[in-house]
Write a protein that binds this ligand. Structure first.
Ligand code: GTP
Ligand code: MG
Length: 470
């Protein structure tokens, strides 16, 4: 293991920092001396920093603070600070210990090196220590569980039990220069304001599938990894039309899918109470080793499965299930598939989950069903977008993420739609509403494309070709 802060380590750090940051070394003990005065002279008033220790047991750990070091001789408040471990005795074992008492996040004393938490939870070093040719014998320590959550860890599990430090580094953490908003948006939309919102809302409210096909409601299937935000998307759309934040459907974080029952959600106009002319079909989250087989997928696409069907990941779906729709009409079938992908974890989607999605795509392509990708959690991908959602199409990071997903699933970039669901909000926000409606409109347009193609097929007398079943 090298003592450098490697690219893969930086990527892990970027996940914890929810961004695309660059790291510039301000202080390196083997170069600058293990000395508090030197540390402060090189690191004070610079901005957010990450302190990293490499010890002789090949454990790598440290702390992040978004507050500048400044010799204030006092505690500093920082709700974003955290401690972490990257390697334990040379093994990749990343863990984050978030701050639980932000008012004691760092102790900023001129006589001490980087110091985090009351207690302290983590002291890199206090006294000046001389390099003995192999390591610094540090007087620092790690005792998590005071101002930082121990998260099940102990001093020994973080440090591997060694106080012999091969290196102590402090890096400045900054946004990559490429994160600066673009001058021209990468996707053009009309100006985001109340009028635009009303227009979009009215269009969706007035949406009707092709009347020649006798379809009352377009059916949109939401599929994707556990926790990607499928159910939250329904809740977000529902909130827009209800006029207040609702959590009608249960969403959240769990090891396995929180959604276990197939639901064909309706959305109602708040004034009339009438259902709008589309349904969102919410499914169980995909997992690397669990989920639907090819038959199950075809049943989903072809409208064979009933509302409230209980997914059972360990048993294949068969026509014997209660409520199986043996002869679904065109109106029962799926008219557009939406792959829901967590934008903040695109780089770490398990290979098996990607394979599963690609496997699904084969069945969709055979049926000519349009595929859209909903890229959720963009508030966690880009800071400026998180602060002001109307910046989404000016964000190079969101644009890059869209490009990556387009390559992964082999879909045109125009089919990849970034979104931010309601999650912690208690009041509706104009920009969230606008982006949601804009996205929904694209989805409904795609469902229409499918129906127009179907109508063409009927008129050409080639209908059988669409009734595929393997
Ligand atoms: N910050 C942020 N959090 C989100 C967003 N969308 C969803 N979440 C959160 O992500 C977690 C998972 O969301 P769900 O909607 O339950 O995800 P799901 O895809 O339905 O998951 P399963 O049903 O378990 O497969 C919840 O805690 C949501 O609050 C988003 O756009 N931004
Ligand atoms: Mg769900």
């Amino acid at each position: 293991m090298s003592v450098q802060f490697k690219k893969s380590d930086q990527e892990e750090m970027n996940k914890w920092l929810s961004g695309n940051k660059q790291f510039t070394c301000l202080f390196r003990a083997t170069r600058d001396g293990c000395d508090a005065t030197k540390f402060h002279s090189l690191c004070n008033n610079k901005g957010p920093t990450v302190t990293i220790i490499y010890n002789t047991n090949n454990s790598v750990y440290g702390g992040y603070t978004s507050v500048s070091w400044a010799n204030t001789e006092n505690w500093q408040t920082d709700g974003q600070a955290f401690l972490f471990r990257l390697y334990q005795n040379g093994n990749w074992k990343p863990v984050q210990l978030p701050v639980i008492d932000p008012s004691h996040s760092i102790y900023d004393a001129s006589s001490q090196g980087p110091t985090f938490g009351s207690g302290h939870d983590f002291l890199a070093f206090a006294s000046t220590t001389i390099w003995n040719g192999t390591y610094f014998q540090s007087d620092g320590y790690v005792t998590p569980g005071n101002a930082y959550s121990a998260n099940g860890e102990t001093s020994d599990s973080i440090t591997g039990g060694s106080k012999q430090l091969k290196e102590i580094e402090v890096y400045l953490v900054e946004d990559k220069p490429g994160n600066a908003p673009l001058e021209e948006p990468w996707r053009k939309t009309p100006k985001w304001n109340k009028k635009y919102f009303e227009e979009l809302k009215e269009k969706v409210e007035k949406y009707k599938p092709l009347k020649e096909l006798n379809v009352q409601q377009a059916r949109v299937l939401l599929v994707g990894q556990v926790g990607a935000g499928k159910t939250s998307f329904f809740n977000t759309i529902n909130s827009v039309f209800r006029g207040y934040i609702t959590r009608q459907a249960c969403s959240g974080n769990a090891e396995h899918s929180l959604t276990t029952v197939y639901r064909m959600y309706q959305i109602r106009n708040s004034a009339s109470g009438k259902a709008l002319n589309f349904r969102l079909h919410d499914t169980r989250g995909l997992e690397a080793d669990q989920g639907m087989d090819a038959h199950g997928t075809c049943y989903l696409l072809d409208g064979n499965l009933p509302d409230r069907f209980q997914f059972n990941p360990s048993a294949p779906v068969t026509p014997d299930i209660t409520g199986f729709v043996a002869t679904p009409q065109f109106a029962d079938k799926i008219h557009c598939v939406v792959f829901v992908i967590d934008g903040s974890t695109v780089d770490v989607i398990p290979e098996k989950v990607i394979e599963k999605m690609k496997g699904f795509q084969i069945h969709m392509n055979q049926r000519g069903i349009p595929q859209i990708v909903l890229l959720t959690k963009i508030d966690k991908v880009c800071e400026s977008t998180s602060e002001d959602l109307s910046q989404v199409f000016f964000s190079p990071v969101v644009q890059e993420t869209v490009d990556r997903v387009s390559q992964i699933l082999g879909l045109p970039r125009s089919n990849i739609l970034p979104i931010k669901n309601y999650e912690s909000e208690i009041e509706l926000q104009d920009n969230v509403n606008i982006l949601t409606l804009l996205t929904l409109q694209q989805i409904l347009n795609s469902a229409d494309d499918y129906m127009f193609n179907y109508l063409d097929q009927i008129e050409d007398g080639k209908l059988q070709q669409l009734n595929i079943r393997e």
